[in-house]
Design a protein around this ligand. Structure first.
Ligand SMILES: [Zn+2]
Length: 452
């Protein structure tokens, strides 16, 4: 039953409420112009053609300003980024993160990894799941992983309705329905950014053709892992006839399907013609999709990736691929510039998936940022055949910011020393960090035993 309040109490309550509202408006207007300011870092923002020392100011989760010499008095919190590179949050265009269903030997299960454990620590703020789910299980993937992850998880739908659950499903042409796949993509336009076809062993073009039907209907790209190399469906025809400009060929340095010209060791005619038509090329290095014997001569020949991605899964996370920054460091070791490498993890992949809102530091864009260090030393980078390229530089993420808040801080750049006075703005720390001071510790209170 509702308790009846006397009229006077209600009146007093509403006065208190309006006073509270007034005071919070006052506090709001009292705040400085920016929540967080990264000062003195070298900004690399390919989309905006910025490659110089700049300050980056953030307000309400958005990029507020990128300019030289923004005063720290204009921000609640200032972080010194001198000697570091400040870039848009990285986008890993090819990962497998449909983890947690309990299905063994399946990318809609145990072969996938939980995204948050592999992203922020390497500057990645957005991943694209490359076809773990199809139209039949995408909504399960969404409620299980996409909606619960701190990482921005986007998805390409597998053209196989059941997704990447093993050969029994992935070789079943009857389960490749371009129309149904397009309908699911159109239902979730904010999340579904592409169509994937992968691992097909048969002689038919059906998977590619159905994927293109779905991609055309939903106006999104198709990413192809071309599966077994078959004479009935040559790579040349895929890249010059079957795919549309804007579609994506992943595993570009795998050497499994005529990617390399056997005489010149540079790119095959199929690759050269495909690039001319506007097909994009993605690394997707994975567990068995990257060979130095292709990458070295092809990069030397100028055939560099459009996007750098990992193809992250349980078979690649501890092998030659490891993570996004390790793949990026590999590409730098064989001749890519830092600027090219950053572009291939930011504005380029954003363009490939038609998400121009991501991968840049334009004013008003979502404040996803990676603060990277180029470490100097002696490093070894391996491939699927366990051969090695040596390098002298390695990219390391010092700080990762997602939606304007710090989500990863390798060396405690934002933290005060333990014996220093508290930050005077600490009460507003939740405006710039997810590591805001916690409320008083209550863990010493004896826990009540819960009934089992
Ligand atoms: Zn993959």
């Amino acid at each position: 039953m509702m308790k009846q309040f006397p009229k006077r109490t209600i009146a007093r309550c509403s006065i208190v409420l309006s006073l509270l509202a007034a005071s919070s408006v006052f506090a709001q207007s009292d705040l400085p112009a920016y929540d967080l300011l990264l000062r003195g870092g070298h900004v690399v923002d390919a989309k905006n053609h910025i490659d110089s020392v700049m300050d980056v100011a953030i307000k309400d989760g958005k990029i507020a300003k990128v300019a030289a010499n923004i005063p720290s008095t204009d921000a609640l919190k200032t972080i010194d980024a001198k000697g570091l590179y400040v870039t848009p949050g990285l986008i890993d265009l090819h990962v497998h993160v449909y983890n947690g269903t309990g299905e063994r030997g399946s990318y809609a299960g145990d072969n996938s990894v939980p995204p948050d454990g592999f992203t922020f620590r390497v500057g990645v703020t957005t991943v694209v799941d490359a076809g773990c789910s199809g139209w039949k299980n995408f909504e399960d993937f969404k409620q299980r992983i996409i909606d619960r992850s701190k990482t921005r998880v986007l998805a390409m739908l597998n053209i196989v309705g059941s997704g990447m659950r093993g050969d029994k499903y992935e070789q079943n042409i009857a389960d490749m329905d371009g129309e149904a796949t397009a309908q699911m993509a159109l239902k979730y336009p904010q999340t579904v950014v592409g169509i994937k076809t992968a691992h097909f062993g048969g002689p038919e073009w059906t998977p590619v053709e159905q994927a293109v039907i779905a991609g055309t209907k939903a106006n999104i790209p198709v990413m192809v892992d071309f599966g077994t190399d078959r004479p009935t469906r040559p790579l040349y025809d895929l890249l010059t006839k079957k795919l549309r400009p804007g579609d994506i060929y992943t595993h570009m340095y795998s050497g499994l399907r005529q990617e390399q010209d056997p005489a010149t060791l540079g790119p095959s005619k199929a690759f050269i013609e495909g690039r001319k038509r506007g097909v994009f090329f993605d690394t997707g290095t994975g567990g068995g999709s990257f060979k130095w014997s292709l990458a070295v001569p092809m990069v030397k020949d100028g055939f560099i990736p459009d996007s750098i991605s990992t193809d992250l899964h349980i078979g690649s996370m501890n092998g030659a691929t490891k993570d996004e920054l390790n793949v990026a460091s590999k590409m730098m070791a064989i001749g890519l510039s830092l600027q090219e490498t950053i572009a291939e993890m930011t504005s380029h992949p954003a363009h490939e998936i038609k998400r121009e809102d991501l991968g840049n530091l334009s004013q008003g864009s979502v404040a996803d940022i990676a603060v990277l260090r180029v470490e100097k030393g002696h490093y070894g980078f391996t491939d699927m055949q366990n051969t090695r390229v040596d390098g002298t530089e390695k990219l390391v993420a010092e700080l990762t910011i997602k939606d304007g808040k710090i989500v990863y801080d390798l060396n405690g750049m934002e933290a005060k020393l333990w014996n220093e006075p508290l930050d005077p703005n600490a009460k507003n720390a939740s405006r710039w960090t997810t590591f805001a001071p916690r409320p008083p510790d209550t863990h010493n209170t004896p826990a009540k035993e819960m009934p089992h």
